[in-house]
Design a protein around this ligand. Structure first.
Ligand code: LRH
Ligand code: MN
Ligand code: MN
Length: 388
């Protein structure tokens, strides 16, 4: 008998993780961007590669776009193309961090004309969402200052609220805005949306269609991220995750690679808080594959999320509650750790086969001939956008 119950398998079957289009482009650090053979040359090829991840894992039914990295002539054609490959177009990410006008801010800028330009960019992103059928507009702002005294911190919050309100007002009934926070970088002294509390305060003032986006790599070292997950779920304001992992800063490494136990703890709070397979909580990856191949990197990532979700589902919640209530510290911890230490990989492989998927999606992809085909067909793949 499988260690995964039919109920747990039914939950796992519904799991979907959105892939970022930029994970398929070449990326790197400010020191060097290394190319990978077969890197996509345009958004169409990024989507084709994302569809491969879904084909072998059945875990990645949507691809997030980034504007202007993924600009095409017809978004409805792109949508049809994606749907024919079995994936949907997901979250649309705005970009106000690669334009000279935004040197001192975009949605927070002192100059109303620059704020207007940044707002208009977001309205154009919502036009894209209308054509792609996307629900979520994800806003991450590279705004802040480097030196004490450089900026009026409070004035910038007020202008941010005003700008966000203008964007929010343009959302359709079924569309949402998710505001991503990050504690530093590119600004080093202050950041305008540095933490979940600021994001929460800003989106709460907008209304029900505005939620917080939690990027797992955007916290100070040592932050208890699962506590934030719990709190946002409790408040009904966790709109989406950007999953990745980090050793030092915003490393954007493969989710679950740096600290699998942290991923387990986060997913336990997701399960406990009703966030799993909850349409209000979008699961997304936000990663870059600087030295590893991109499609296998994404396959590894979605499998890591699936494996840790399966382990989180194994926590004996009744036994845990009993131990918690009786103040049995070690018993409670043991229940938790028993689930974490359970190797679910054989059970997941068996279950995959029972659904007509390859037991080992990575091996199946590598044996498919696709990597050789794209390496031969595509010459001069594009950068993810960061180095562009
Ligand atoms: C910058 C960032 C952020 C966004 C992504 C597009 O930190 O990684 O997390 O989601 O760029
Ligand atoms: Mn992110
Ligand atoms: Mn980031």
């Amino acid at each position: 008998m499988s260690i995964l119950s039919p109920e747990n398998l039914a939950v796992l079957e519904k799991q979907g993780i959105e892939l970022p289009s930029w994970a398929f482009g070449n990326s790197g650090t400010r020191f060097k961007v290394f190319g990978t053979p077969g890197t996509p040359r345009d958004p169409w090829e990024k989507i084709a590669d994302a569809a491969q991840v879904n084909q072998y894992t059945a875990l990645a039914p949507a691809v997030a776009l980034h504007i202007p990295w993924d600009v095409v002539d017809s978004y409805s054609d792109l949508r049809t193309y994606a749907e024919d490959l079995g994936v949907a177009l997901g979250t649309v990410n705005s970009n106000t961090f690669q334009d000279d006008d935004y040197k001192f801010g975009a949605l927070t800028h002192e100059d109303a004309a620059i704020r207007r330009k940044a707002i208009d960019h977001h309205l154009a992103c919502i036009d894209v969402m209308d054509a792609t059928g996307s629900r979520d507009l994800k806003i991450w702002l590279a705004e802040g200052s480097n030196y004490p005294g450089q900026a009026d911190l409070r004035g910038r919050q007020d202008r941010l609220q005003d700008s966000l309100q203008k964007i929010y007002d343009r959302l359709g009934d079924d569309q949402r805005l998710v505001l991503e926070y990050k504690f530093f970088e590119p600004a080093f002294y202050h950041t305008d949306v540095p933490d979940w509390g600021t994001s929460y305060a800003q989106v709460s003032a907008l209304g029900d269609k505005a939620m917080v986006c939690l990027d797992t790599g955007h916290h100070a070292p040592g932050t208890n991220i699962e506590f934030i997950v719990m709190q946002l779920l409790r408040l009904g304001k966790l709109g989406s995750f950007d999953f990745n992992s980090r050793f030092y800063a915003d490393d954007d490494l493969i989710v679950g690679a740096a600290d699998p136990f942290q991923l387990f703890r986060i997913l336990f709070e997701v399960v406990r808080g009703g966030g799993l397979n909850n349409p209000d909580v979008a699961f997304m990856l936000d990663q870059c594959h600087n030295v590893e191949d991109k499609i296998p990197g994404q396959i590894r990532s979605v499998l890591n999320v699936q494996e840790m979700t399966a382990r989180a589902l194994l926590v004996d919640r009744e036994a845990l509650t009993a131990a918690q209530k009786s103040g049995d510290v070690l018993a409670a911890n043991a229940v938790f750790m028993d689930a974490f230490y359970t190797d679910v990989r054989p059970a997941l492989a068996e279950w995959r086969e029972s659904r007509g998927l390859a037991a080992d999606p990575m091996a199946a992809y590598l044996a498919s001939g696709y990597p050789q085909k794209i390496a031969a067909d595509r010459v001069g793949g594009v950068q993810a956008g960061w180095g562009a």
